[in-house]
Design a protein around this ligand. Structure first.
Ligand SMILES: [Zn+2]
Length: 292
């Protein structure tokens, strides 16, 4: 979910909600023109979204946004059971800018790398170690370190650090780039005409038709075209039933089986927890069971 601006002549922010298909394409869930971006307005939009849901107690498992405190509050109120992740790209950009302000030139690159390692830490032990390394490198930069901790790590680490988000079904979405691309596309279609509601609606509608066409084509491809890499009997039950993107993920994970075996600890099981697909240790167990 994300807001974009300058998409209509009334200067109202346009709030867009998108999702991802199993073929890794973006689909529009909903959009709304907002009078303002306060929590009350965000709550109204999310309530409307909730009303559209066919099953009443169904809520999005994961909602990914930029750090927007009003929207975060609204998500907590309307979808208390959803997991609210924050865009890594924007966090890294902010941290990078702060680093440039506080840290001498020579050290900026090192600290940037150490920060990335904190963000990518795959479990809590590694997170502790990486954070310690970052703290040591920043002993002379307490302003920067305080910013990193107070603004990001202490309140939000479970929303963007690998150790926590690897356990969340985010299907590989850890940045809001997908919805930003949708904003960009819409603006391309709007051209220079920042129009009224009717013009915007027309453009949106055309955009949705295009999207639907592309999604249908991608499903057809997954149903009927078999890539050479997946003709072995191992994929027999999957061909035509799961998307090519999913097959590719499984094929990549298979390469880890020799190394992982059936050891859950070595595996990490990220493909299972964040993509809902069988991870290396599961595939290893199938192999032992003779299914390969
Ligand atoms: Zn596993």
């Amino acid at each position: 979910m994300d807001n974009t601006y300058k998409a209509n002549k009334y200067r109202q922010p346009l709030f867009e909600i998108v999702g991802m298909t199993s073929t890794e394409l973006t689909f529009a869930v909903a959009f709304a023109y907002m009078e303002s971006e306060q929590t009350g307005n965000c709550c109204w939009v999310l309530e409307k979204l909730k009303e559209l849901s066919v099953k009443k107690d169904l809520c999005p498992q994961v909602i990914l946004i930029d750090r927007d405190l009003a929207l975060m509050k609204a998500i907590e109120i309307v979808f208390p059971r959803s997991i609210n992740l924050l865009c890594r790209f924007h966090i890294n950009k902010n941290v990078g800018a702060k680093c440039k302000q506080h840290v001498v030139n020579d050290l900026q690159k090192t600290i940037d790398t150490l920060w990335m390692e904190v963000v990518w830490a795959s479990d809590e032990v590694e997170y502790g170690q990486r954070l310690h390394q970052l703290e040591q490198a920043c002993v002379d930069y307490s302003g920067f370190m305080n910013y990193v901790k107070d603004t990001w790590l202490t309140p939000h680490r479970h929303r963007f650090v690998g150790a926590w988000i690897n356990r969340v079904l985010h299907l590989g979405n850890t940045t809001t780039n997908r919805v930003e691309y949708t904003h960009w596309k819409l603006k391309q279609m709007l051209g220079n005409s920042i129009g009224d509601m009717v013009k915007c609606w027309e453009v949106m509608n055309n955009n949705l038709r295009l999207q639907l066409g592309n999604i249908r084509a991608s499903f057809q491809k997954s149903f009927y075209e078999v890539e050479h890499a997946y003709i072995s009997p191992f994929y027999g039950y999957l061909r035509g039933s799961v998307s090519r993107v999913a097959l590719r993920c499984i094929a990549e994970e298979l390469l880890r089986v020799d190394y992982v075996g059936t050891n859950k600890k070595i595996c990490g099981c990220t493909l299972r927890t964040s993509y809902g697909l069988p991870c290396a240790c599961e595939l290893g167990r199938y192999a032992l069971g003779g299914i390969c």
